[in-house]
Design a protein around this ligand. Structure first.
Ligand SMILES: *Cc1c(COP(=O)(O)O)cnc(C)c1O
Length: 380
C-alpha cells in the first residue's frame, strides 16, 4: 500500500479533511512536493486557515526580517482563533510571524558563532569527534525562533555540490571525526537520489561510524517520510535521526506514521525541544509533550534553553523556569521520557543543572562547562 492511500482511507483524518477544504485530493495533499509548491507566504493565504490576530497581520508585513513560509499541513494544526496572551495556540506562536519580532532588544544574529567554528564552509567543528554539516538551506517552514536565521541572506547553500564536496574532503581528512550530523536548513528537503548519493559518499569514509540527521520534517512535512526514503536509510546504517517536536499538538497520526517508517527501517528517533514561552514552558504542557513522544516511540533527548537569537525575546524564558520544569518532571514520568536540559554555547553544550549553575550575577547566570571554563548567559 502506498503512503498516500493510508492518509486518504480515513475520511475524518486531518489529511482528508484539510484536502477537502482546499479542493484537492487527499493523495495530492499528502504529496510532499505539492506541500512545498503550496507553501503559505502571505496573510491572505494564511487567512484561509486561521483568523489572524493583529500582531500576526503585522508580522506578515515584516517579511524582510526572516523568511516566511509554512506548509498547508502545518497550517492545518493551528487553532482557528486564539488569544496570544492568555491562551495561545502553540503551533501559531512557533510558525506565524508576529509584530514582536521587531521589538527584540538583546537578540543576536549568530549566537553560536558558527562561522568562526567552520574550518570549511558549512562544517561546524566544535567537538573533536563530531561535526555538524549544514548541507541544506531551505526548510518546509521557517520557525520563528530559528537560530540559523543569518543563513537566510546567503544564496546557493542548499545541497550545493561544491560545498558538499569540500565538506566531505574535510571529513575524510580528519580521522577523529566518527559522527556526522547532517543538518541545515532541513536536510530531508532533497530528492531521494541526492540523499542516497550523499550517504553513499560518506560511507566511503572508514572512520565515519554514525550519521545523524537533524530534521524537523516529522513536524513540518511528515509526508516526506516515505517508504522509499526509509529504504534508503536502511542501506546506510547506522543512521540516527533527531527531530524537533515542541508541543503535544504536533504529534498527529500523520507524524506518527512517518516516525513508524523510520523505526521500521531501523532508524532510532530522538527529539530535541526548545523551551519556549507560551508553547511548552509550563509543567503540564511539558509533561504532556514528553508522554506523547514516548507513546510515539520517540526518545526525548535534549531540552534546549532558547538561544539569544534576534527576534525571539517574546518567546524566551529565564533559566530558572527551565530548572523548575525539570524539577517538576522527576517521578512523574518514566526515566527515559526525561530529556537533558542544555545550554548551547559557541564552545559546546552545557547541561543546565543546579550543580552546573555556579551563581546568578545581576542579569547573568554563570555556568561551568565540561572544560572547566566559565560561561555567562543572560537569564531573561
Ligand atoms: C550539538 C552539536 C553536535 C552534536 O552534539 P551531541 O551532544 O552529541 O548531540 C555536534 N556538533 C555541534 C557543532 C553541535 O552544536
Amino acid at each position: 500500500m502506498s503512503d498516500f492511500q493510508i492518509f486518504s482511507s480515513d475520511k475524518n483524518s486531518l489529511t482528508a479533511t484539510t484536502a477537502m477544504k482546499l479542493g484537492v485530493s487527499p493523495a495530492r495533499f499528502a504529496n510532499w512536493r505539492w506541500q512545498m509548491k503550496n507553501q503559505i507566504r502571505t496573510a491572505a493565504e494564511a487567512s484561509v486557515f486561521v483568523a489572524l490576530d493583529a500582531a500576526e497581520e503585522q508580522g506578515f508585513q515584516n517579511d524582510k526580517i526572516f523568511n516566511i513560509a509554512i506548509t498547508p499541513y502545518a497550517m492545518s494544526l493551528m487553532r482557528y482563533r486564539h488569544d496570544a496572551q492568555r491562551n495561545p495556540c502553540p503551533v501559531r506562536l512557533q510558525l506565524l510571524p508576529r509584530q514582536e519580532e521587531c521589538l527584540d532588544q538583546h537578540g543576536i544574529a549568530d549566537p553560536l558563532q558558527e562561522k568562526h567554528h567552520s574550518p570549511v564552509a558549512e562544517v561546524v567543528h566544535v567537538y573533536p569527534d563530531r561535526v555538524a554539516f549544514c548541507v541544506a538551506q531551505l526548510c518546509p517552514i521557517y520557525c520563528r525562533f530559528c537560530f540559523r536565521k543569518r543563513r537566510d541572506d546567503e544564496q546557493g547553500l542548499h545541497f550545493n555540490r561544491r560545498i558538499i564536496a569540500r565538506g566531505i574532503d574535510y571529513i575524510r581528512s580528519n580521522s577523529k571525526i566518527r559522527d556526522v550530523l547532517l543538518t541545515g536548513g532541513d536536510p530531508l528537503l532533497a530528492t531521494d537520489a541526492s540523499l542516497d548519493a550523499l550517504l553513499s559518499e560518506l560511507r566511503t569514509i572508514p572512520h565515519v561510524e554514525i550519521i545523524r540527521f537533524g530534521t524537523r520534517v516529522p513536524v513540518t512535512l511528515p509526508y516526506r517520510l516515505t517508504a522509499a526514503l526509509g529504504e534508503i536509510f536502511a542501506k546506510h546504517h547506522p543512521i540516527w535521526l533527531n527531530t524537533h517536536f515542541n508541543c503535544a499538538e504536533e504529534l498527529t497520526p500523520e507524524a506518527c506514521h512517518g516516525i513508524d517508517i523510520l523505526l521500521k527501517n531501523g532508524v532510532p528517533v530522538s527529539n530535541q525541544t526548545v523551551l519556549l514561552r507560551g508553547i511548552n514552558a509550563d509543567n503540564d504542557k511539558m509533561l504532556r509533550l514528553l508522554k506523547q513522544l514516548v507513546y510515539a516511540r520517540v526518545r526525548p533527548y535534549y531540552l534546549f534553553h532558547p538561544h539569544l537569537v534576534v527576534g525571539t525575546e517574546h518567546l524566551r524564558v529565564p533559566i530558572s523556569t527551565g530548572l523548575a520544569i525539570m524539577d517538576s518532571l522527576q517521578g512523574k514520568v518514566s526515566g527515559f521520557a526525561i530529556p537533558r536540559y542544555m545550554l548551547d554555547t559557541p564552545s559546546g553544550k552545557i547541561p543546565l543543572t543546579r550543580q552546573q549553575l555556579l551563581k546568578i550575577d545581576g542579569q547573568d547566570a554563570v555556568l561551568a562547562n565540561n572544560y572547566g571554563e566559565l560561561w555567562r548567559e543572560r537569564m531573561e
